[in-house]
Write a protein that binds this ligand. Structure first.
Ligand SMILES: Cc1cc2nc3c(=O)[nH]c(=O)nc-3n(C[C@H](O)[C@H](O)[C@H](O)COP(=O)(O)O)c2cc1C
Length: 185
């Protein structure tokens, strides 16, 4: 069974990102060994002042646990037309270049507004591309999240829920079937 880690991409308490992440983790658990992470647990206080190149043990521990997976699902909220700053900070403290390198990554966006974090997801995908991750082509953009998503039943729109489930159920298969011999050739 593939091991997939889900990251809620904000440290905002009581976030929709965490609600969506929990839902996604539960759905994928039918097909993968899934663990949920949240940037609420990122040891932010330990990187104040910029300790690049001297990553504190608290951050290394957080990163090591997160990176110990075959694939990742990032749930990304929209903040000011972009993704949250803490998500970039998290990526900036990941080991370079090996983390994310040729690792399958799936992305879900969610926002209070009408665009469902389309821009943040695509901005984040630029970074994933830079880090040479393998981006899963199906994405979900949850618009108007406070009215369209229920943490128990998912998306209220039947059609969007079908697409969301497809992404969450097929990504574990994609991760399992990825031929790392070919990827590394
Ligand atoms: C700092 C900040 C900036 C935000 N900017 C936007 C935005 O540009 N567009 C939008 O649709 N929603 C915006 N929102 C609302 C979030 O999309 C909304 O809170 C949503 O639930 C996702 O955030 P959450 O996972 O933190 O709950 C913003 C929220 C915060 C806290």
């Amino acid at each position: 069974m593939a091991k997939i880690h889900v990251l809620s991409g904000t440290d905002r308490p009581d976030s929709n990102a965490l609600r969506v992440s929990k839902y996604a983790a539960n759905m994928m658990a039918q097909k993968a060994d899934v663990e949920l992470f949240t940037l609420e647990d990122f040891p932010l206080a330990d990187v104040v002042g910029g300790v690049y190149g001297k990553t504190p043990k608290s951050v290394t521990d957080f990163n090591d646990k997160f990176l110990d997976a075959d694939g990742f699902l990032f749930v990304i909220p929209e903040y000011n037309g972009g993704f949250p700053g803490i998500l970039k900070l998290f990526v900036d403290y990941l080991p370079f270049p090996e983390s994310l390198y040729k690792v399958p990554v799936s992305v879900v966006g969610e926002a209070a507004g009408a665009f469902g974090a389309l821009r943040p997801v695509e901005q984040f995908e630029q970074i994933l591309t830079y880090r040479k991750a393998i981006i899963y082509p199906e994405r979900m953009f949850i618009q108007n999240v406070n009215n369209t998503f229920d943490e128990k039943t998912g998306l209220k729109s039947e059609k969007l829920q079908e697409l969301f489930e497809k992404q969450l159920k097929c990504f574990p298969d994609f991760v399992s079937k990825l031929d790392y011999n070919l990827v590394d050739a």
